[in-house]
Design a protein around this ligand. Structure first.
Ligand SMILES: Nc1nc2c(ncn2[C@@H]2O[C@H](COP(=O)(O)OP(=O)(O)OP(=O)(O)O)[C@@H](O)[C@H]2O)c(=O)[nH]1
Ligand SMILES: [Mg+2]
Ligand SMILES: [Zn+2]
Length: 353
């Protein structure tokens, strides 16, 4: 592991100001490299540390990539006392029978490296979902088409297909085996910057991290145990790279649930959004309306059927999740009002002679 200074991990004057404002001389700053149950690994000026989430003052649970204020107690115990405000947060929606919850994946990320394999063929729908997650995080997305060596000359066609889906986002083909495209990725990793790799299991995220690190920092899937649905990386891990940059490797995402506001979906589908602006009716649903620019583009072949269907599906999902979140909020407020009303009645009853 290269020598780490706070600056090489992304610490800067703005963060120092936020930290100083806590006003506790016993605290020191450290960045979370990995989170386990109730504890986390950190990198501080002095090197790696392990800390518990013991402090009652801790309001936000730390996530990989977080900058924290840490305390060393007289008995040598180390606790995280505060999580500094996040500049960005990559998160996804986890839907379970018991309800849905947002799962933080990586904090304080500058670039999201959205990795999609070139072999088997890239899954464009998955890429669109990953891009919505990336845009919502507040970081800048970059698409990497991995395993370019396996695709051979066919890579150019795949690059074109992917670029058509990644509107407004740079796309690069990379190979961890030949090293092709790695310099292009390094160009996005200026000193002090943090990149998080996101994508499905087996697309080669950890292999890419190792290639960029120039050494084996993450375990990768061995050929012998290669198989479908196998998840090699199981924790989100922050890795300092030579050149004062930071990478965060993440486990492959099984499903990419979205609860991103519709505006981010429209950003991913900026081509359709742009077309829709030219429809005759401002409330055009692009179903059967006359003067519909979206349907016209479909007719002319400028817009693919798959792309339109994907936009409809992802947008519907985002709106549905948003409505659910709003309903939850309303129910919560209603409960609060009821509680307050009850308390007020109770107070009046007691006040009566
Ligand atoms: N030919 C070739 N194989 C690659 C390349 N990158 C990764 N692989 C292979 O793809 C398989 C999966 O790679 P991993 O890096 O473990 O994939 P991952 O995305 O980290 O997977 P999870 O940790 O499960 O999310 C391994 O067998 C790698 O050797 C590449 O550029 N070229
Ligand atoms: Mg991995
Ligand atoms: Zn229309």
């Amino acid at each position: 592991m290269p020598a780490t200074t706070l600056a090489s991990l992304g610490w800067d004057a703005e963060r120092a100001t936020v930290f100083a404002a806590i006003g506790d001389d016993d605290l020191f700053p450290a960045r979370v490299t990995r989170v386990d149950r109730g504890a986390c690994e950190l990198l501080a000026e002095t090197g790696p540390l392990r800390a518990a989430f013991g402090s009652a003052a801790l309001r936000t649970l730390p996530c990989t990539g977080d900058w924290t204020a840490v305390r060393r107690w007289p008995d040598e115990r180390i606790t995280v006392d505060a999580v500094l405000e996040r500049r960005s947060l990559v998160r996804r929606l986890v839907v379970s029978p018991g309800g849905s919850a947002t799962q933080p994946l990586a904090a304080n990320v500058d670039v999201v490296l959205v990795a999609e394999g070139s072999v088997p063929d890239p899954d464009l729908g998955r890429l669109e979902r990953l891009l919505a997650v990336a845009w919502e995080s507040g970081a800048e997305p970059l698409v990497l088409l991995t395993k370019a060596d396996l695709a051979g000359p066919g890579i150019d066609v795949l690059l074109r297909d992917v670029a058509a889906v990644a509107v407004g986002v740079d796309v690069h083909a990379v190979s961890a085996v030949t090293g092709a495209g790695l310099d292009a990725v390094r160009a996005y990793l200026a000193p002090g910057r943090t990149a998080a790799v996101l994508g499905a299991s087996g697309v080669g995220k950890s292999t890419l991290v190792n290639a960029l690190a120039g050494t084996t920092v993450m375990a990768t899937r061995s050929l012998r145990t290669d198989g479908r649905g196998r998840h090699t990386t199981v924790t989100r891990e922050l890795i300092p790279l030579p050149g004062d940059t930071v990478l965060i490797d993440t486990p492959g995402l099984r499903s990419i649930g979205l609860n991103v506001p519709a505006e981010y979906v429209d950003r991913v589908f900026a081509d359709i959004d742009e077309l829709a602006a030219h429809c005759r009716f401002t409330d055009c649903a692009h179903e059967t309306e006359p003067g519909c620019a979206v349907l016209a583009a479909l007719e002319s072949g400028e817009l693919r059927e798959r792309r339109l269907a994907s936009w409809r599906k992802i947008r519907r999902e985002a709106l549905y999740q948003q409505a659910r979140a709003d309903a939850r909020l309303r129910a919560e407020r209603r409960k609060q009002l009821l509680r307050r009303g009850r308390a007020a009645r109770e107070a009046r009853r007691r006040a009566r002679p």
